[in-house]
Design a protein around this ligand. Structure first.
Ligand SMILES: *[C@@H]1O[C@H](CO)[C@@H](O)[C@H](O)[C@H]1NC(C)=O
Ligand SMILES: *[C@@H]1O[C@H](CO)[C@@H](O)[C@H](O)[C@H]1NC(C)=O
Ligand SMILES: *[C@@H]1O[C@H](CO)[C@@H](O)[C@H](O)[C@H]1NC(C)=O
Ligand SMILES: *[C@@H]1O[C@H](CO)[C@@H](O)[C@H](O)[C@H]1NC(C)=O
Ligand SMILES: *[C@@H]1O[C@H](CO)[C@@H](O)[C@H](O)[C@H]1NC(C)=O
Length: 615
């Protein structure tokens, strides 16, 4: 057998799967790639120290560790009889056999190497010391920007899913790539010192953290903001505790946690650490909430405030939600002169009975704002065609504007459009419909919200030029694959739709600027995309608009309105024409939702407020 040429020998090995391969070290079982070279084979005489016990298996560390940094010396042994065997204890040196396999619960996930059907043949020793590896100590630190060499330098690159990690099975480069780093520790017992939460837990209490190691993209709340080429692979999620206790579900961004010790694991699409016991919050950051915006209306063209807020499945029937949103608008946004909202549902919310009007819903919002001492808003919107906006079924979400009639009014001379008629830019520039949907019949908006374009003027007659606004809510990122997933670069769900929506929106805006390069134009809303990703980069280039974050000098790490997995990120943007960029007095993101525990969040998005001098 040993003399057979390589291709034949490989063939012979696969035929001999049933035979037992003896005396394999844990390092040999893991190998220096993602997949085990022994996958599918039965091995015997595997010797390791028991480092942890869980409900369904135990973890071993090699008695003769490899010094190769690519190779893990840890191994998960899957078997509930073994896990519950009271004569197997942490610190025991055990010898066992079993079958090496690669497991994942979905084809979109990365595999985890494990040893199944275990049979203990001996316990050689008891009471060996088990010291966890301390992440962040020495050179044992996760990389801070890239996830995988297969991402070709950009985890957010388009096109996505150009290769599968499980097929390419590259040799690990733990100093360069986050996935390689965590894979090189698979099954190991590790400690995270001085951990802090960089996101909110999911419903199971799984919480993203970083510890005492180098991080990049740190924002003022000590979360990690995503940026071009930096997807924050230094974050790791803490999963279910091995002792059967529960992690808290009310942890919040920036919470300081007690030291975490646990085993490196892979499940539900992420590398994770299963802690020995539950997470404990040591200290939360103060103050618990950000201050209100410093940007208040002057009531004239010298200081017009414009706000944006995705108010998440908003309808009159959810009175607690109406009150909470109204309170944010009054207390934190200070009733901006013009407020572009997204996710306004029809008047009966998610009842799918063909009704589409939002009159009662917007009246409820305006009334609640007034009752809380805020502005007396009027509003304008166009009802969509039933069941053609996407979002929660039956909700018929749409965008809408609230405005303070003593400061702003819709420019006269044009009537409002309807669900299917396209707005047009007329010489002047003026809008044919005020307000009117942007190209609502375009296939780009299939099952999505249509942007609402409007032209405004100051109620007191001040200001020489109109203010054009386009309120957008582009298609969602639903269908995305995990940043830790098998597809590389990961699938950015709906990116083709957003690309098409970017081009249609940009073309409309460009036609305003073609009439008057010095026009005041704002595109505001939930773009469901990062500023540096291709749809928005192309939107800016094609429309001629500028990112207000950049124009207002907001530091890159403070540009976030949303928390997702390990990342603080910005999905809500304001893009402005060059004349308006020059007229900017300020721009602020109000982290009223990203800073609070999940149950205290009013929306999944933060609102933002901008101020312009358009005299
Ligand atoms: C089992 O492993 C031990 C120690 O690693 C070694 O001394 C022994 O020869 C191995 N036995 C077999 C049957 O391979
Ligand atoms: C528990 O482990 C001991 C020690 O190796 C072994 O003798 C025994 O058979 C195991 N019990 C079960 C139920 O697997
Ligand atoms: C990625 O592409 C492969 C085909 O190469 C496909 O089987 C897989 O489903 C895709 N993954 C995702 C998450 O869409
Ligand atoms: C954490 O575990 C301890 C001990 O089991 C328990 O008392 C506590 O309630 C747990 N915390 C949470 C949030 O469940
Ligand atoms: C604004 O709303 C008030 C109260 O609903 C109404 O009386 C008024 O006519 C509205 N003004 C405009 C300009 O629509």
């Amino acid at each position: 057998m040993k003399t057979i040429a390589t291709p034949l020998r490989w063939f012979a090995t696969t035929l001999l799967v049933a035979a037992t391969v003896s005396a394999q070290s844990i390092a040999q079982i893991n190998g220096d790639k993602f997949l085990s070279p022994f996958n599918g084979q039965t091995v015997s005489n595997v010797t390791g120290i028991v480092t942890a016990k869980g409900p369904d298996g135990i973890w071993l560390r090699s008695v003769k560790p490899s010094c190769d940094k690519r190779v893990s010396n840890g191994l998960y042994v899957y078997g509930s009889a073994l896990a519950s065997n009271a004569s197997v204890s942490i610190g025991d040196v055990v010898v066992l056999g079993g079958k090496v396999s690669e497991y994942r619960s979905s084809k979109d996930y990365i595999y985890m190497t494990e040893l199944g059907s275990p049979k203990i043949t001996a316990i050689l020793e008891h009471g060996r010391d088990v010291e966890p590896l301390v992440i962040g100590k020495g050179t044992l630190s996760p990389p801070t920007s890239q996830y995988s060499g297969l991402d070709n330098g950009d985890v957010f690159a388009v096109p996505n899913n150009q290769s599968l990690l499980s097929v390419a099975n590259p040799q690990l480069e733990p100093e360069l790539y986050g996935l390689d780093f965590w894979e090189s520790l698979m099954g190991e017992l590790v400690t995270i010192e001085n951990p802090r939460a960089i996101g909110r837990p999911n419903q199971y209490g799984d919480t993203w953290v970083v510890g005492d190691w180098t991080t990049t993209g740190d924002n003022g709340r000590t979360g990690l903001t995503v940026s071009a080429g930096d997807g924050n692979p230094e974050g790791i999620i803490i999963g279910s505790p091995l002792d059967g206790s529960d992690n808290p579900t009310d942890t919040k961004l920036g919470d300081r946690l007690e030291t975490i010790t646990g085993v490196v694991f892979q499940a539900f699409g992420f590398y994770r650490i299963l802690p020995l016991t539950n997470l404990t919050v040591a200290e939360s950051l103060a103050p618990p909430l950000p201050p209100p915006t410093s940007l208040t209306s002057a009531g004239t063209c010298a200081g017009v405030t414009v706000g944006g807020y995705n108010v998440e499945n908003f309808y009159a029937g959810d009175t607690a939600h109406v009150q909470a949103v109204a309170s944010h608008i009054v207390e934190y946004m200070r009733s901006p002169d013009l407020l572009a909202v997204q996710e306004i549902q029809d008047d009966n919310g998610e009842t799918d009975d063909g009704s589409v009007g939002s009159e009662a819903t917007l009246t409820a919002l305006a009334d609640a704002i007034r009752a809380l001492g805020g502005a007396s808003y009027n509003y304008t919107y166009i009802s969509p065609v039933n069941d053609e906006s996407g979002g929660a079924p039956g909700g018929n979400i749409r965008v809408a504007y609230l405005y303070r009639p003593e400061v702003l009014r819709l420019r006269a001379g044009a009537s409002p459009g309807d669900a299917t008629t396209a707005n047009e830019v007329l010489p002047g520039p003026e809008l044919k419909l005020n307000p009117g949907y942007v190209d609502p019949a375009n296939a780009a908006w299939t099952n999505s919200r249509k942007p609402l374009a409007a032209a405004w003027e100051l109620a007191d007659g001040s200001g020489e030029r109109p203010l054009f606004t386009v309120n957008v809510h582009w298609g969602s990122k639903g269908g995305s694959s995990s940043l830790h997933g098998d597809a590389r670069p990961p699938v950015n769900g709906g990116v083709e739709d957003r690309q098409a929506q970017a081009e249609v929106t940009a073309s409309f805006v460009a036609s305003i600027l073609a009439e008057d390069a010095s026009a005041y134009v704002v595109t505001i809303g939930d773009f469901n995309e990062f500023a540096f990703a291709r749809p928005i980069a192309d939107f800016a280039a094609l429309s001629g608009l500028q990112d207000l974050d950049a124009a207002a000098g907001i530091p890159a790490a403070e540009r976030y309105t949303y928390l997702y997995d390990m990342n603080s990120q910005e999905l809500d943007h304001v893009f402005v024409s060059p004349a308006l960029a020059a007229a900017t007095e300020g721009f602020e993101h109000l982290h009223v939702n990203t800073w609070v525990p999940y149950d205290d969040a009013t929306s999944d998005h933060d609102p933002s407020v901008a101020k312009f001098d358009i005299c």
